[in-house]
Design a protein around this ligand. Structure first.
Ligand SMILES: NC(=O)c1ccc[n+]([C@@H]2O[C@H](COP(=O)([O-])OP(=O)(O)OC[C@H]3O[C@@H](n4cnc5c(N)ncnc54)[C@H](O)[C@@H]3O)[C@@H](O)[C@H]2O)c1
Length: 409
């Protein structure tokens, strides 16, 4: 089968990762790139031998179908433009989450994909891990009886919160979006996948408990490099980013957001001048650091979701309680208890051995390429319409939090 031809729009952290995976799989060739940053654009174009005529400084300059599919990995507020245009030109789409900051924009994307009859996948990568597939098999097998209640925890991790949601790109709801959208839309989509649909009603509470000036310790400075209490602060940028130099995984992420260079002087220069050197109690952040969502489904099933910054970097943890059995999952191991005999089966879903959301990034890319090559959208575990439906739960829950009401979908 001929490799799928790919256009990458936004060759940043995510776009480059998908391109790497797609090219390495042998199922795709990267034939085009639209990237605003000149040095990223050149590096990317030369890495994949992209012909000059297919190298663009802006997605808006793409006006023909030079590839079978497009990866859209620009920042959150720049998804609708390229998605609507490229779907209209006949490209199948791999669109980064969140679909868009607002429901109206996301709906226009879903409508454009439907009108063009192209395949559209939102990068809800958690659907594509081996762990999720194993858990979904348990739920769908009927072993648990009627599903009565679900508890799901997203342990963001203390330094990940500080990096992305206090100092970084997703810290401010006006610039990017609320935390539930930019981070936890994955979880609300994953729950919809697991239980087979969206809830009928949602309530939500949460806020910014810790990362604000009111919690700034005495003696703290505006930047970690000038701070007298830096060494005893869990959120020290100096400790976090200098440690990245010694660790190959951390050097892949989060270090490149701070500096493209893996050396001490470059890190210190970035912390001196850039956003990642700022005191976590002195940033322009407003997104929550903890939030709960309570959900009720038409079937009567209830579910709760908790997002919190104040954890180690861990996998998501989920407990499902059914009439005939329960499951306790930690992101790798599933403990399935059967109430008929009281026995607990332990299922080790294996070490994914792969970065990128425990293999979810790779699983999604492989599924998209297979779906495009075969012209069979069923090879994906989701549709653009299903993604829109799970995003609607996010907006409803955020509305519930901000208005102190129960929102009915
Ligand atoms: N699926 C996931 O789990 C996951 C994880 C992290 C981020 N994301 C999402 O992925 C998207 C990209 O995130 P990232 O971390 O790769 O960001 P990034 O900033 O590293 O990359 C975005 C790139 O888009 C380029 N760009 C900006 N305007 C452009 C234009 N008009 N035309 C072409 N290119 C343009 C930028 O120069 C940049 O290189 C975001 O929507 C983010 O929320 C998803």
């Amino acid at each position: 089968m001929a490799p799928v031809r790919l256009l990458v729009v936004g060759a940043g952290q995510r776009g480059s990762g998908y391109a790497r995976r797609a090219a390495a799989s042998g199922a795709a060739t990267v034939v085009g790139v639209a990237e605003a940053d000149p040095s990223r654009r050149e590096r990317f174009a030369s890495a994949y031998g992209v012909p000059r005529e297919n190298v663009f400084p802006d997605w808006a300059a793409v006006d023909s179908r030079l590839a079978d599919a497009a990866v859209i990995a620009t920042q959150d507020r720049d998804h609708e433009g390229p998605a609507v245009r490229l779907a209209g030109l006949g490209y199948h789409l791999l669109l980064e989450k969140p679909m868009a900051p607002t429901e109206a924009e996301a709906r226009r994307i879903a409508d454009a994909v439907a009108a063009a009859g192209v395949i559209g996948a939102v990068c809800h990568v958690l659907r594509y891990t081996g762990y999720t597939r194993a858990l979904k098999r348990v739920v769908d097998s009927g072993r648990l009886g009627e599903l009565i209640n679900v508890q799901h925890l997203e342990p963001v991790g203390w330094w990940h919160q500080a990096h992305s949601f206090v100092r970084g790109n997703w810290r401010n709801s006006v610039e990017s979006g609320p935390m539930l959208l930019t981070k936890s839309c994955h979880d609300l989509d994953w729950l919809a996948y697991l239980v087979g649909g969206a809830p009928a009603s949602v309530a939500s509470f949460g806020g910014l408990a810790h990362f604000h000036p009111g919690k700034k310790p005495d003696g703290a400075a505006a930047r970690c490099l000038d701070c007298s209490v830096e060494s005893s602060c869990p959120y020290s940028a100096k400790r976090l980013y200098l440690n990245c130099l010694e660790d190959d995984d951390l050097a892949e992420w989060p270090l490149p957001a701070v500096t493209p260079f893996r050396d001490r002087d470059s890190v210190l220069a970035a912390l001196r001048e850039g956003p990642y050197g700022r005191c976590v109690y002195d940033c322009d952040n407003d997104v929550v650091d903890n939030q709960v969502v309570a959900m009720q489904y038409a079937s009567g099933l209830t579910a709760t979701f908790t997002m919190t910054a104040f954890t180690p970097m861990q996998r998501r943890q989920t407990r499902l309680f059914g009439s005939h059995g329960s499951v306790d999952g930690d992101g790798r191991i599933l403990r399935v208890t059967d109430f008929r005999d009281g026995e607990t089966e332990t299922i080790d879903t294996g070490d994914p051995g792969e970065a990128g959301h425990d293999g979810g990034d790779g699983g999604l890319v492989d599924a998209l390429l297979a779906a495009v090559a075969d012209g069979n959208p069923a090879l994906l575990s989701s549709t653009m319409a299903a993604s829109l439906a799970s995003h609607r739960v996010v907006w409803a829950a955020e509305r519930a939090r901000l208005t102190g009401t129960v929102v009915h979908l």
